[in-house]
Design a protein around this ligand. Structure first.
Ligand code: BGC
Length: 489
């Protein structure tokens, strides 16, 4: 097909249907998001539970009791406590690089399985913790689990899905994240009434972990990964199965071409820094950075603490977290609904009074909803689909690592920044939202309907990125090797 026609038509269309097999497979894989979500939602609530603080952070607890200041902004500013929350994200950051190698050499499935296993060990260590050491080691295992899952699941979904519903299927990951968060908020609400309730909150993380471990044993590997590891016959059979037709020759050939080109790459990490991968490197780095600078995790982690600051009682604070968690799920669900619908048609000092606090809650809900409609799902979808095979695991690892780094950073410094910048901090996040909106509007091309292994045409036809692209024929002919006559690095 002529290149221009290809771009105008929104991409090459392969034959194939949306099969029940692919839908079930993607549903099981997306459960990886539950793990991440569960942890995001559980931590803030647990660290606001008195018996937990008394047992593991008595100094922090005492400090809170002794704090007679009326400055609400600084009430919870304690580095040790925030380190408990944020340490997991550092572990996830490191694990995502190992996960990239596991996914490339052994496939996406083993990465998901390992993710579930690490998370299981972490949840058990935390649920049965008798000292801070057990708690922290558990957090590190949980972090490894999140790193492995977040690296492999979005890639898995983007590779399995037919191009025309890739967005909808990939959003399943975000959907599971939000369900995990809401589930955790509800469990915290229930367990906070009991002395050892925090054990249940932390230990229940084992449930999504077991679901993922068992689920991943039944999953099939993606055709892209099978071809990448030389299992061509199996890959073709798999492609026929997931597309529900025997006529997959064209798509299969494109996957083989992409894989041959990828196999010539000696070092995927070095490769992604080359000039021709500038758009991929840019988006895999900036999307997670911007996603976190929306400030979403201020709400996800600290909603109970924030609501306490705003004058809600303890119980009401946990309940409000449940409300924001619920909005997150519903708003994400609506996105999925719209996408499927479009595709298939019919087929400082003082406190707020109650009224003001309710209005604020409505605004926070609007904000969470806006996130769930935009940066939430797209933060995981876009990086997983824009990288060609040879740099995909590396690109996704960069995405996860940067995401985790800023998740860590925000978890770690938010309470302290709030203490110093007061309400100005919210304007800080608002300014970032403006910057990222402009960035995306001008620089991110539409990827809808374009098969993942055909994405280079999209860059080639973009007003800004085209100058970084060598001729498309070079790309398709497998000129990814390091000796090619590509534009200078
Ligand atoms: C983000 C998380 C966030 C969650 C909220 C995810 O996409 O990566 O940091 O807590 O969305 O729904």
């Amino acid at each position: 097909m002529a290149r221009g026609a290809y771009i105008e038509s929104g991409g090459r269309q392969y034959e194939g249907n949306v099969t029940a097999f692919v839908l079930i497979t993607c549903f099981v894989a997306a459960m990886g998001g539950l793990l991440f979500g569960y942890d995001l939602g559980i931590t803030g609530g647990v660290t606001s539970m008195e018996p937990f603080l008394v047992k593991f952070f008595p100094v922090v607890y005492q400090q809170m009791l002794d704090d007679s200041s009326t400055n609400q902004y600084c009430k919870f500013d304690n580095q040790l406590l925030t380190l408990f929350t944020s340490s997991l994200y550092l572990a996830a950051l490191i694990a995502s690089f190992f996960a990239a190698t596991t996914s490339r050499l052994f496939g996406r499935k083993p990465s998901m399985f390992l993710g579930g296993l690490f998370f299981l060990v972490g949840a058990l260590l935390n649920g049965f913790a008798v000292n801070v050491e057990m708690l922290i080691i558990g957090r590190i295992f949980l972090g490894f689990g999140v790193g492995y899952c977040n690296q492999s699941v979005p890639i898995y979904l983007s590779e399995m899905a037919p191009a025309k519903i890739r967005g909808a299927l990939n959003i399943g990951f975000q959907m599971m994240i939000t369900i995990g968060i809401l589930g955790a908020n509800l469990i915290n609400y229930a367990t906070s009434k009991y002395k050892n309730g925090w054990r249940v909150s932390l230990g229940v993380g084992a449930v999504p972990a077991v679901l993922l471990c068992v689920g991943s044993l039944f999953l099939e590997e993606t055709p892209n990964s099978l071809i990448e590891r030389g299992q061509h016959v199996k890959a073709k059979t798999m492609l026929q199965k997931i597309r529900g037709t025997n006529n997959v020759d064209e798509e299969y050939q494109d996957l083989v071409d992409a894989s041959e080109a990828a196999s010539k790459v000696e070092n995927p990490w070095k490769n992604i820094t080359r000039r021709r991968y500038r758009p991929q490197l840019t988006f895999c780095s900036f999307i997670p950075f911007f996603q976190q600078l929306t400030g979403i995790n201020v709400i996800m982690f600290y909603a109970p603490v924030l609501f306490t600051i705003l004058g809600f009682g303890n119980d009401a604070s946990l309940m409000s977290a449940v409300i924001t968690g619920g909005v997150n799920v519903i708003a994400t669900l609506i996105v999925v609904g719209i996408m499927i619908g479009m595709k298939f048609g019919l087929n400082g000092e003082g406190s707020f009074n109650k009224g003001e606090a309710d209005i604020l809650l409505v605004f926070i809900c609007l904000y969470v909803a806006a996130f769930a409609w935009s940066w939430g799902p797209l933060g995981w979808l876009v990086p997983s689909e824009i990288c060609s095979l040879e740099v995909r695991p590396a690109g996704q690892a960069i995405n996860v690592a940067i995401n985790m780094f800023f998740t860590f950073g925000i978890a770690q410094v938010f309470l302290s920044l709030l203490c110093h910048f007061k309400f100005g901090l919210f304007f800080f996040f608002a300014a970032w939202v403006l910057v990222m909106t402009i960035f995306i509007a001008f620089l991110l091309p539409e990827t809808k309907n374009v098969p993942v292994e055909e994405m280079h045409y999209v860059w080639k036809s973009h007003w800004f990125w085209n100058k970084y692209m060598p001729e498309c024929e070079d790309l398709v002919a497998g000129a990814y090797n390091n000796s090619e006559a590509a534009p200078s690095n």
